[in-house]
Ligand binder design. Structure first.
Ligand code: NAD
Ligand code: WQD
Length: 366
């Protein structure tokens, strides 16, 4: 008997696929909706290869409320939603803001409306540390606690702040309205999970990040340098106020991130807190130069780089204070940066075509 049934939007994407795997491994049933805009259905085959279970899948766009209604109607057993589906390219969000607001904010509204019609009332949402913007503008806010004032520096981040607001307003209204009507009200709950910098891959080498377009995050780009697809890494600025001049981020292994979603879901079900935000990070900050060194170490060669101008919108330091998640969710990162680098390299080295190739036999035998 399943512990529960979770609708995972964006479940074939990077973090969604690892969270689906963790849910299945912990006896949840999973129904995925994904438009496949930035992912491939092969992720589902790999999930099944690793855990022997397969989630239900529907190719649905989250802005299509009627299609979401059909999925909820077909699966009345769904009791919770984990909402990953979104557009996430920071640079692009400044070029086509209306599309980002339409998909991210509009899609979240369609989802909440459809959930409400089908009495599904727990939502775990993929927010981002980017909502804090430049936390160094506020004294003593590094490492960043959840009460740090928000102030995103880009359109993508502003969509995340808006969705956090929409979820909070809707959940609070549902609780108030139900209470007034004398109905049970505390079944409406939301977790706003602010991820720091997700990275890494499955230790089997069978699952990893495989976006449809070009990657723009540091570790996937370092992977491309290691395989020779890129000549060198461009380091965006070495004049930051850090010990080596490069910017600091809190890199979190995707397996730890996935388990954070299960912890949040459990907390919502057991404590019915209304809406709460939690940082999901390790609490350890690493500079770009430290990341180049760590990844070069697992690859076994010094990866070439060149220092260039700062990237517009980048901030000095985004390091989490994860104390609230540690205490309330009883969740803590278990894996190190070195684990993430080694797992990423195993994925990249063995699957140069990502999900567009079959996994090498040696991985299947392992
Ligand atoms: P991803 O692109 O791999 O996954 C997103 C998934 O959503 C993809 O499978 C994509 O096909 C799907 N999708 C996009 N638009 C859709 C639509 N209109 N309808 C249905 N499906 C749609 O990205 P990810 O890195 O796995 O990110 C997952 C979530 O976490 C996103 O909300 C992202 O904003 C958030 N997040 C990511 C990071 C990160 O660095 N990866 C950091 C913080 C927050
Ligand atoms: C990390 C560090 C760069 C590439 C972004 C989003 C954030 C979240 C995670 C979704 C920075 C430096 C990078 C390169 C470099 N995504 N860098 N050369 O910018 O911290 O966060 O992804 O929610 O919202 O803003 O991640 O991996 O792009 O960069 O020097 O080629 O590496 O300047 O200091 P970032 P990143």
């Amino acid at each position: 008997m399943a512990v529960g049934t979770v609708l995972v939007t964006g479940g074939t994407g990077y973090i969604g696929s690892f969270t689906t795997l963790a849910l299945l491994q912990n006896d949840y049933d999973v129904v995925i909706v994904d438009s496949l805009y930035n992912s491939s259905k092969v992720a589902i085959d790999r999930i099944e290869l690793i855990c022997g279970k397969r989630p239900a899948f529907y190719q649905v766009d989250i802005t299509d409320e009627a299609a979401l209604d059909d999925v909820f109607a077909k699966h009345p057993e769904i009791d919770s939603v984990i909402h990953f589906a979104a557009l996430k390219a920071v640079g692009e969000s400044g070029e086509i803001p209306l599309e980002y607001y339409r998909v991210n904010v509009g899609g979240s509204i369609s989802l909440l409306r459809s959930m409400s019609k089908h009495n599904v009332s727990n939502i775990v949402f993929s927010s981002s540390a980017t909502v804090y913007g430049d936390a160094t503008r506020v004294p003593n806010m590094i490492p960043i606690p959840e009460h740090c004032p928000i102030g995103p520096t880009n359109t993508y981040g502003r969509t995340k702040v808006m969705i956090e607001t929409v979820i909070t307003d809707h959940v609070e209204a549902q609780r108030r309205n139900n209470k007034k009507a004398g109905k049970p009200y505390d079944q409406w709950n939301g977790a706003l999970l602010r991820y720091f910098n997700p990275c890494g891959a499955h230790p089997s080498g069978l699952m990893g990040e495989d976006p449809q377009g070009v990657p723009f995050n540091l570790l996937p780009l370092l992977g491309k340098v290691a395989t020779g697809d890129r000549e060198k890494l461009l380091v965006y600025g070495d004049d930051y106020a850090s010990h080596d001049g490069t910017a600091i981020r809190d890199y979190i292994h995707v397996l730890d991130l996935a388990s954070g979603h299960l912890a949040a879901l459990k907390y919502l079900r057991e404590n019915k807190p209304g809406v709460k935000a939690w940082n999901l990070g390790s609490g350890r900050g690493s500079t770009v130069f430290e990341m180049i060194k760590a990844f070069s170490h697992v690859v076994g060669q010094d990866l070439p780089y060149e220092v260039v101008e700062r990237r517009q919108g980048d901030v000095l330091n985004l390091t989490a204070n994860p104390a609230l998640a540690n205490e309330e969710l009883k969740w803590k990162t278990q894996l190190t940066l070195e684990d993430a680098c080694a797992d990423l390299w195993r994925w990249v080295e063995n699957n140069p075509q990502g999900y567009r190739q079959d996994p090498p036999a040696k991985l299947l035998e392992a």
